[in-house]
Design a protein around this ligand. Structure first.
Ligand code: ATP
Ligand code: MG
Length: 390
């Protein structure tokens, strides 16, 4: 007797993608994620992918938690594999599903037989297992129309499987099926959420972080690392490029009009991130910007930063309020890290009255005295690479 994980095809987000490739990528992603927990076998039957533990004492709660964070799965189930013997099924169903059944008021049993030689018919199996559950939980009632818990008993070729209600998966598309993108990650609340949202659409992630020591501290780099680790629990490992930004920020401070500091700095971020992304075959940038949230995120400001990016810039939070962003950040457990008080390079040399209606001409004029190409290539060359594993 052991517990397994079942993922039904109907619960995969398949539209428009080749099913076989999709399933293979999904299985590869699950495999990577749970490999440290023990040895598993993966069975692909017509309509189901099963994850079956081979080694003993695997922590199935942890397996289930990790599978619940793999993109591409809308719902999945934990199921108990037992021998095809009615006594064993009846004895185990109430025990195995105790946590779900104890607090429910109504349930029903659905039986499925792919082994047509099994001595009982599906209605007979349902009736017997239903009876066993009712005697274990006398307060429960059967409701065939709208039950709180659906207990499914499946009789297959070698084994029988018992499962209760399905669990909600992470949704989205399997990581890697949409290509690769580079997220500009700060230590704030927004960019880790933006990274999570785009990884959900099947993108593999790289990340770029700008650090300005000594104005920013080693702790703020560590914070970014920990934020990415939370995102990597969903997206898989992330390659992080940490760019030294001090020289550029000082050049801006010394040579440019104060009210444009932030915008000029953001344009440098876009240029450098584009250059790093191109080298890594990454086809888009991702930021945590939300329209109008701060002076550098007004429409004219965004137009000016976009103008220097060499690839599409995805801003998945553009239409979200802060509250909505915070809800997601709590769910993916980045919020508590994001609110730790460390300086970001954005808060160094911030203008007292930033321009909210810039034009491209104004910015190009303001940047004139800087040797943009030299500053960008020197920053790209002096980049530190680390891999953040889930
Ligand atoms: P966040 O909460 O993500 O820091 P924010 O609301 O503080 O966002 P800004 O500081 O204006 O907004 O930054 C806007 C976006 O620019 C961020 O979401 C992020 O994508 C990028 N960004 C800001 N600072 C950095 C940094 N130090 N390194 C890399 N990207 C950054
Ligand atoms: Mg920020």
């Amino acid at each position: 007797m052991k517990e397994i994980i079942l993922i039904k095809n109907g619960e995969l987000a398949l539209k428009g993608l080749n099913r076989a490739t999709f399933e293979d990528v999904l299985i590869k992603n699950i495999r990577k994620r749970i490999k440290p927990l023990g040895e598993f076998e993966y069975r692909k039957e017509q309509s189901t992918v099963s994850v079956v533990p081979i080694s003993d004492d695997i922590d199935m709660d942890e397996v289930s938690k990790r599978v619940g964070r793999v993109f591409g799965i809308a719902r999945y189930s934990r199921a108990l594999q037992v021998s095809k013997c009615m006594d064993e099924i009846k004895a185990n169903a109430p025990k195995y599903l105790e946590n779900q059944l104890r607090f429910a008021r109504t349930f029903k049993v659905e039986a499925k037989r792919s082994d047509k030689k099994f001595p009982l018919t599906s209605p007979e199996i349902s009736a017997e297992v239903g009876g066993a559950i009712l005697s274990a939980f006398p307060n429960l009632k059967v409701d065939v129309r709208n039950p709180e818990i659906i207990v499914t008993v499946e009789i297959r070729e070698k084994f029988a499987f018992i499962r209760g209600n399905q669990l909600v998966g992470a949704g989205g598309l399997p990581t890697g099926t949409s290509g690769k993108a580079t997220v500009l990650i700060s230590g704030g609340i927004d960019s880790p959420v933006a990274a999570f949202m785009m990884a959900k659409r099947g993108l593999t992630l790289n990340a770029v972080h700008f650090a300005s020591p000594p104005y920013t501290s080693p702790q703020s780099e560590d914070k970014v690392h920990r934020l990415l680790k939370q995102v990597a629990a969903y997206s898989g490992s992330i390659t992080l490029f940490t760019v030294g930004f001090t020289e550029i920020q000082e050049a801006i401070r010394d040579n440019c009009p104060e009210d444009m500091f932030t915008l000029i700095m953001r344009r440098f971020m876009m240029r450098i991130a584009s250059a790093i992304a191109e080298k890594e075959d990454s086809k888009a940038l991702i930021t945590g910007e939300s329209l109008g949230q701060v002076a550098s995120q007004t429409l004219p400001a965004i137009a000016c930063t976009d103008a220097v990016a060499s690839m599409p810039v995805f801003r998945p939070l553009i239409g979200n309020d802060k509250n909505e962003i915070i809800t997601v950040s709590r769910r993916i457990e980045t919020f508590d890290i994001s609110i730790e008080p460390f300086e970001d390079c954005c808060t160094v040399f911030t203008p007292k009255h930033p321009k909210t209606k810039p034009t491209l001409q104004m910015l190009e004029e303001a940047e004139k005295s800087l040797d943009i190409d030299a500053l960008v290539s020197s920053a790209v060359e002096n980049t530190k690479v680390t891999v953040v594993r889930f």
